[in-house]
Design a protein around this ligand. Sequence first.
Ligand code: GLY
Length: 365
Amino acid sequence: MTIVPVSLGERSYEVRIEAGLLDRAGAALAPYASGRPFLVISDEHVARAQWPRLKASLDAAGLSAELVTLPAGESTKSWQHLEALTDRMIAHGIERRDHVIALGGGVIGDLVGFAASIVKRGCNFIQIPTTLLSQVDSSVGGKTAINSRAGKNLLGAFHQPALVLIDPDTLDTLAPREVRAGYAEVIKYGLIDDAAFFEWCEANGSRLMAGEAEARAHAIARSVAAKAAIVAEDERETSGRRALLNLGHTFGHALEAETGFSERLLHGEGVAAGMALAFGYSVRRGECPADDAARVVAHLRTVGLPASLAEAGVTASGARLVEHMLHDKKMAGGTLPFLLARGIGQTYLAKDVDLADVAAYLDGA
Ligand code: GLY
């Protein structure tokens, strides 16, 4: 088993990563049991595939649990489901010292984490992420949220989990397109500040996509370690360090908005094309070697991720895409933080980006 510590003083916790871990989760969860059964929150798809494994391991450890099943999909991150879930938690008698369990992808993790942050002014929660995207990104670091009518993730809180259990075997039942989209966030860690890891991705990304256990476990562990280091330095995204995790997200947000935040372009696919555009724009500014941008595009294409506007299915003008960016919650002080690159593994926060120039670049991209 790989154990990655997330060092946050009294909010510190472990991320445990091991193939087959879900079948042994009961033993890992035993120290967190109270007198009440665990409340496990999942969605219909994940519950069908993974709940029997978790339930069997809880039974084997002599622990009881009640399952709450919510609809699968982004629309579950809503006031309506938050209200129903918090009502259920209160009816269950949840106390602050109790731990609720999120079994699922980013939607379930974000919703359960936010519910845990407000019930009784904050109770504990444990993440058991079952998608690659949630395993390498959203389950670690304590960002929790639901969506508002005005946009995604606009209502939320920083609330760290008490434990994260990652079983890469849960990816066996995930659609290949979802695995691929999650892999964009893996590549991101190499592009941010770890050129050697990007080289590893170039050499091993296809093995990971093919489901090879060793490649999967290595990619998840290295990604989680990278995220844990950044979160430990800048938990609430105040110093600029955690903002590096948004590489590709500002361009990607515009592409997701243009495609209606729909199945047409998954979040990870938007991030993939967004990272290619961020590197392309960095080349235009004379800051990044063209060869590095070409390597990024080539690797995204090798694994079947979109690496251009056309591949993301977007034909909008640069001006329209910039307009979408201006509605991104990452706006700060009336400006947009752009993550650009001086090369692979050399991402930085650019504060002098001219939006008219970005629009002109996108028109030619
Ligand atoms: N997914 C970006 C972050 O956790 O900061």
